[in-house]
Design a protein around this ligand. Structure first.
Ligand code: ADP
Length: 451
C-alpha cells in the first residue's frame, strides 16, 4: 500500500482524495497555485507545496514543477483527479519513469481512449455498437460532405481529442457543415493541440447513459451499474443520477457487459467510465471512454456502497478487486447537482469572487462534496464547480424531494450560482416523470443559447 500520495489537482476532488487517503492511513501532499494558497485542500493535506502561478499552465498543468514536488516530498503515488493532467498519457509515463505510481490506467490506455476516432474504431472491431460516421479524421470539405450524404443530416462535427463538451457542432445542412468544420478544427487545435475532427450522425433526443468500470492489474474488470447524465447544458453535465429511470435489469446487464468488454479491449486498469447514448427506440451506442475518476462518481458510491477512490487506490497499489460482478448491487436512488459559480440568468456568465456567507445543507440523505467555506475567494482561473450536492432516497421521488429541501437550505452568498436553475429543474413535472433528453435545458427550459 502507498505511504504517501500527492494530489495533482485542486478544489473538491483534491479534498475528496485527501479524505479517502486519511481514512486509509495514507499521508497526503497537496500542490497549489498562488491563487489557491488559502484553499481547503491545502489546509487538509499533511504537506503542501506551491507549484506556480495562478494560471493552470503555470501550476496544475506544469509537469516539471509537479514532478519536482513529488520528488521533494518523496511520495510513492500521484492521484491526478479529473481534468488537468488526468488524461495526459505523457504525464502518466513520466510518473512511472520516476518510480511514482500514477493512479490511473496505463499511458497506452489513456492514449488509445483519448483519441475518439481510434477508440470508436477499436469498439467497432470489438463488436460494440458505435454511431455511424467517418471512420477516420476528415481531411477536407469533400470528405465531410461525403460522410454527411452517406449518413444523412443532422450530423455532428467532433474533435478527436475533445472533452468537456468543447469542440463539437451540430449541422443540419451542407453550408453549416462546411463552416462547422473550420471552427471545430480551429477550436480543437486551440483547446487540445490537435485539430483532427470527425463527423457522425447526430442522434435526436438521446439520453446519456454511462457505466462505471473498476479494473485491477490482475485482469479482473467489473461494472458498477449506470449513471444517467441526460441533464446537460451545451453537452456538459449538470445533474446526474443512479440508477437511470429508463434502464431496467435486462438493459443494464446488456450494456454493462458491453462496457466491460470495451474496457477489456482497451487493456484497462483503475476506475473508468464507458459512455453511451441511448436513443428513443432503445438502441445504444458507444461515444467515449473516460480514463479517470469522474465528477459524478458519488452517485454510484451512494447506490452501491463502494468507495470508488479507495478502490482506485487499492488497485493502483496492486491489490485485486475485493468484489465480484454478481456481488454488486444497486440499492435506492442517488442524484447529484453540480453547483457552479455561474449566473444562469445571465447566459451562465462566470461569477468568481469572495463568499461572505456559506451554509451547507445537511440531514438525512444529503452529501456535499465541496472545498468552499465562508471567506473563500473563488478564483477566476479554473473550472467553476463549487460543490456537488448529492441526495439519496429509497426511491427516485424521495431523492428528488430531499434535493428540493437541500437546495432550499443551501446559501452561497453573494456570488451567483446554479442553485436557482436546479430548483427550477427539480420542481418541473417533466423532470419528475423522467421524460427528458439531452436537449432538456436548452429546449424545454429554454435556457440554452443556439449553437
Ligand atoms: P466530451 O468528451 O466533450 O464530453 P462526448 O462525446 O462525451 O463529449 O459527448 C458529450 C455530449 O454531447 C453527450 O452526452 C451528448 O449529449 C452530446 N453528443 C455527443 N455525440 C453526440 C451525437 N452523435 N448525437 C447527439 N448528441 C451527441
Amino acid at each position: 500500500m502507498f505511504s504517501k500520495i500527492l494530489i495533482a489537482n485542486r478544489g473538491e476532488i483534491a479534498v475528496r482524495v485527501i479524505r479517502a487517503c486519511k481514512e486509509m492511513g495514507i499521508r497526503t501532499v497537496a500542490i497549489y497555485s498562488e491563487a489557491d494558497r488559502n484553499s481547503l485542500h491545502v489546509r487538509l493535506a499533511d504537506e503542501a507545496i506551491c507549484v506556480g502561478g495562478p494560471k493552470a499552465e503555470q501550476s496544475y498543468l506544469h509537469i516539471p514543477a509537479i514532478v519536482s514536488a513529488a520528488e521533494i516530498t518523496d511520495v510513492d503515488g500521484i492521484h491526478p483527479g479529473y481534468g488537468f493532467l488526468s488524461q495526459n498519457a505523457h504525464f502518466a509515463e513520466i510518473c512511472e519513469s520516476c518510480n511514482i505510481t500514477f493512479l490511473g490506467p496505463s499511458a497506452q490506455s489513456i492514449r488509445l481512449m483519448g483519441d475518439k476516432i481510434a477508440a470508436k474504431d477499436l469498439m467497432r472491431k470489438t463488436g460494440i455498437p458505435i454511431i455511424p460516421g467517418s471512420m477516420a479524421a476528415v481531411r477536407n470539405k469533400e470528405d465531410a460532405l461525403n460522410t454527411a450524404r452517406r449518413i444523412g443530416y443532422p450530423v455532428m462535427v467532433k474533435a478527436a481529442a475533445g472533452g468537456g463538451g468543447r469542440g463539437m457542432r451540430v449541422c443540419h445542412n451542407d453550408v453549416r457543415l462546411i463552416s462547422a468544420l473550420m471552427t471545430c478544427q480551429a477550436e480543437a487545435e486551440a483547446s487540445f493541440g490537435n485539430s483532427e475532427v470527425f463527423v457522425e450522425k447526430y442522434l435526436q433526443e438521446p439520453r446519456h447513459i454511462e457505466f462505471q468500470i473498476l479494473a485491477d492489474k490482475q485482469g479482473h474488470i467489473i461494472h458498477l451499474g449506470e449513471r444517467d447524465c441526460t441533464i446537460q447544458r451545451r453537452h456538459q453535465k449538470l445533474v446526474e443520477e443512479a440508477p437511470s429511470p429508463v434502464v431496467d435489469a435486462k438493459l443494464r446487464r446488456k450494456m454493462g457487459e458491453l462496457a466491460v468488454r470495451a474496457a477489456k479491449a482497451a487493456g484497462y486498469t483503475s476506475t473508468g467510465t464507458v459512455e453511451f447514448l441511448l436513443d428513443k427506440d432503445g438502441g445504444f451506442y458507444f461515444i467515449e471512454m473516460n480514463t479517470r475518476i469522474q465528477v459524478e462518481h458519488p452517485v454510484t458510491e451512494m447506490v452501491t456502497g463502494i468507495d470508488l477512490i479507495k478502490e482506485q487506490i487499492r488497485v493502483a497499489a496492486g491489490e485485486s478487486l475485493g468484489i465480484k460482478q454478481d456481488e454488486v448491487t444497486m440499492e435506492g436512488w442517488a442524484i447529484e447537482c453540480r453547483i457552479n459559480a455561474e449566473d444562469p440568468a445571465n447566459r451562465f456568465a462566470p461569477s468568481p469572487g469572495k463568499i461572505t456567507f456559506y451554509h451547507e445543507p445537511g440531514g438525512r440523505g444529503v452529501r456535499v462534496d465541496s472545498h468552499v467555506f465562508t471567506g473563500y475567494d473563488v478564483p477566476p482561473y479554473y473550472d467553476s464547480l463549487l460543490a456537488k450536492l448529492i441526495t439519496t432516497g429509497s426511491t427516485r421521488q424521495e431523492a428528488i424531494r430531499t434535493m428540493q429541501r437541500a437546495l432550499e437550505e443551501y446559501f452561497i452568498e453573494p456570488i451567483k450560482t446554479t442553485i436557482p436553475l436546479h430548483k427550477q429543474i427539480f420542481s418541473d413535472p417533466t423532470f419528475w416523470r423522467g421524460h427528458i433528453a439531452t436537449d432538456y435545458i436548452d429546449r424545454q427550459l429554454q435556457l440554452g443559447e443556439s449553437e
